[in-house]
Write a protein that binds this ligand. Structure first.
Ligand code: PMP
Length: 462
């Protein structure tokens, strides 16, 4: 079979049998998916041999870059030694134990305990099960409500998707939990009411939080869930002081602060965890996944404080924390995470992210001279371009125009992978990225935006 025929064969099989996450069926049935055959560092190659710079880092996850021999050796070695071990109660395995201890060392404050999960969504689910259990152990049986934010993304299980607040992810074809989950405004200063200063805007957000707690009843609110910087919601960097102010409100009302660091941990913002170093908050619970293994294995973790642990483990409760998975603390996944962390430390990849991050942001800002670029925002190695039909009014293009996808399609032609989210384009490259690679991304994206703008003009849409 020629390469071309083989690639075509895979595309047809894929269309027939693989229902992908977030499939838009009419587009998928027509175009299919791009089969990726190989990955090395920041680059991926499709099954026809075309190479792309993957500026999305897989899906915000390939922090150390793919194709590392050392990782392959680690996984193979652990697979030969012991591919699986039962984690339930009275058995453990060395990689899981060592990883839990390492995470306790890296995590802020008194976050010393770890529930291993299979990914980010199950880490968020685990956080909520832990919160329920903790509140019941304290005799606070009514304290079960969660406050989250519009536009947040927390995963795709029934619970984690209900905690999430992206309108597009809550279509009427699905049902969601809405009796104990509440959503505050998205802290997006770009879309704040005209004329409000950043500080005044922050004040409105904090007041909304206070009012929501009062409406539900402080004795019923258990936890506040927040990504330090919203990822899938469009890389929303909140107003200065936002997390500190929200955490103060939490403290006043005995509400747990849960930082969903599935995207932001393990170097994406230049720190192991972003909450304390960058946002001056020591969370009670941190959920993480993705960069914990850089995508070499599926793994997530719900990390939590000594204070919570003392309550749930207190002698005399005589209860069982009945929660966990067959693959909690999977030895190959944990061995991958340990090696991944070792590589980040040895190659000083946090330093690289801290060094290149500001350069990436600066260079991306140069795109704001383009007529359809409303805003470029981000921090560290997370960036988003918001495309608009009118820069003055900030009016969006009609959704059906799919401006983000038009731009990402042009990027793909030019050898660059970026991620479209309706009218947005987001990126989160590996921490190994160089200045030359940043320059390529910015140059190519400029070209792609210009091409997409030309298309719109030709089609009479602009
Ligand atoms: N939380 C956040 C902040 C995320 O960005 C994601 C995934 N993009 C998740 C949770 C869910 O993680 P997973 O897809 O591994 O279940």
């Amino acid at each position: 079979m020629s390469t071309k025929t083989h690639a075509q064969h895979i595309i047809e099989l894929d269309k027939a049998h693989f229902t992908h996450p977030w499939t838009v069926f009419d587009v998928f049935n027509d175009e299919g998916a791009l089969p990726i055959a190989k990955a090395e560092g920041i680059y991926i190659t499709d099954s026809q041999g075309k190479r792309y710079l993957d500026a999305v880092g897989g899906l915000w996850c390939t922090n150390i870059g793919l194709g590392r021999e050392e990782m392959a050796d680690t996984l193979a070695e652990q697979c030969r030694k012991m591919a699986y071990a039962n984690p339930f109660v009275d058995m453990t395995n060395e990689p899981a134990t060592l990883l839990a201890a390492k995470l306790a060392e890296l995590a802020p404050g008194d976050i010393d305990h770890c529930i291993f999960t299979c990914g980010g969504s199950t880490a968020v689910d685990s956080a909520y099960r832990l919160i329920q259990y903790y509140q019941n152990c304290r005799g606070k049986h009514e304290k079960k409500h969660i406050i989250s934010r519009k536009n947040a993304y927390h995963g795709s299980t029934y619970l984690s998707m209900s905690i999430g607040g992206k309108a597009g992810d809550h279509p009427p074809e699905f049902d969601f939990i809405d009796d104990f989950i509440h959503h505050l405004s998205c802290p997006n200063f770009y879309r704040a009411p005209e004329g409000l200063s950043e500080q005044a805007y922050l004040q409105t957000l904090v007041e909304e939080f206070e009012q929501t707690i009062t409406r539900i009843g402080p004795d019923k609110v258990a936890a506040f869930f927040a990504e330090p910087i919203m990822g899938a919601g469009g890389v929303i960097v909140p107003p200065n002081g936002y997390h500190r102010a929200m955490a103060d409100v939490c403290q006043r009302h005995d509400i747990l602060y849960v930082a969903d660091e599935v995207v932001t941990a393990f170097g994406r913002l230049g720190e192991w965890f972003a909450s304390e170093e960058l946002f001056d908050v020591t969370p009670d619970i941190i959920t993480c996944a993705k960069g914990i293994t850089s995508g070499y294995q599926p793994l997530g973790a719900c990390l939590y404080s000594d204070r919570i642990h003392q309550v749930i483990s207190e002698a005399g409760h005589e209860r069982c924390f009945a929660h966990g998975f067959t693959y909690s603390g999977h030895p190959i996944a944990c061995a991958a995470a340990l090696k991944n962390i070792e590589i980040i430390e040895r190659e000083k990849l946090l330093d690289n992210a801290r060094d290149i991050g500001p350069y990436f942001q600066q260079q991306m800002q140069t795109l704001t001279d383009l007529p359809i670029v409303g805003e470029v925002r981000g921090q560290g190695l997370m960036v988003c371009v918001e495309n608009v039909a009118d820069k003055n009014s900030k009016q969006l293009f009609p959704e059906a125009l799919d401006i983000g996808k038009r731009i990402s399609d042009h990027c793909e032609e030019l050898g660059l992978i970026i991620r479209p989210i309706v009218h947005l384009n987001v990126m989160s490259p590996p921490l190994t990225i160089t200045r030359e690679e940043v320059d390529f991304i910015v140059r190519t994206l400029r070209q792609a935006i210009l091409r997409a703008t030309d298309d719109l003009v030709k089609e009479g849409l602009l």
